[in-house]
Design a binder for this molecule. Sequence first.
Ligand SMILES: Cc1ncc(COP(=O)(O)O)c(C=O)c1O
Length: 380
Amino acid sequence: MGPGPSDVHPRILEALSRPTIGHLDPAFVAMMEQTKELLQYAFQTNNALTMPVSGPGSAGMETCFVNLVEPEDKVIVCRNGVFGGRMKENVERCGAHPIMVEDQWGQPVDPNKLEDALKAHPDAALVAFVHAETSTGAQSDAQTLVELAHRHDCLTIVDTVTSLGGTPVKVDEWQIDAVYSGTQKCLSCTPGLSPISFSEAAVDRMRKRKHRVQSWFMDLNLVMGYWGGGAKRAYHHTAPVNALYGLHEALTILREEGLEQAWSRHHRHHLALRAGLEAMGIPFVVSEQARLPQLNAVAIPEGIDDGEVRQRMLHEFGLEIGAGLGDLAGKIWRIGLMGHSSRAENVLLCIAALEAILSDMKAPIETGTALREVHKALNA
Ligand SMILES: Cc1ncc(COP(=O)(O)O)c(C=O)c1O
């Protein structure tokens, strides 16, 4: 129950162990085509350029930036946590100029601040932001931010590493231009692949580049020679065959459950966890409207040693919860309820473990009612 990787579904573990076949084997190629369709479903898009990048979420992030950003471009980057900071680094490494829109950690991106930046920089080409900030548990209003960017003729790059499969991500309806995600959060697959999707407008921008993409491996013009399909499909790099079996299975499970059911399961278990935490008097860091159900950031009670609690949770209960990052280190815990980890028994175990350990450490919490509140919320 950390910030990812989440528990991997047993069906996915089984899929990973299937015999490795060639990355151009007809059976594998057929599975690639199905994987693209399943990803279109997960992202809610008809974008033809929808595929998994061979590499973790950071590789998907970098693929979006290196293909869409050219030297000297101005890119507006909204930063409200760790991963917005990485977007800034990506822009700089493309030889472009990041214009930063800063929000406090734990807050969603403020659309008014983005609008001010767009007005102040009418020559900006792109807007980039993180939909679900894993470092703080805050979710931003992607649809509104994309709409604003388009009104000012900017394309958008959106990080959905933690949101995909856990809360709505509607690429076509929200008109996102380039989106990337990860496999190890709400898709409950092993880490190491990064689904991406590019709109027609993003593909058009790529085609019109003046400079060659500086990364050979991530140049989508080359990668699509393999993933694009058709009779001319050719070797680009040796695809991670078994990891892709796993992703195919993960997406099949998501399709079987249904996206809306998956979103509501995440929400239901978040409410149950919240009921238990609130009964103990442990407050959330993020305001209710912007809270991610799959990543619950809560304040550590006064005088309690963060590391000791997490170690005891792990050793005495076999349960991982996440630490705070950056300025929030030692101040918050990040409790994940992602994908296959988002289950009633996990919520019950987590609340029981926290209550037992914190009361043993004489923390200033309320005891004796938390499990009853979780149980009530689960049955509501
Ligand atoms: C919001 C966000 N973006 C990007 C990443 C990077 O993904 P990865 O660690 O798979 O490279 C993460 C990882 O946790 C993330 O949470």
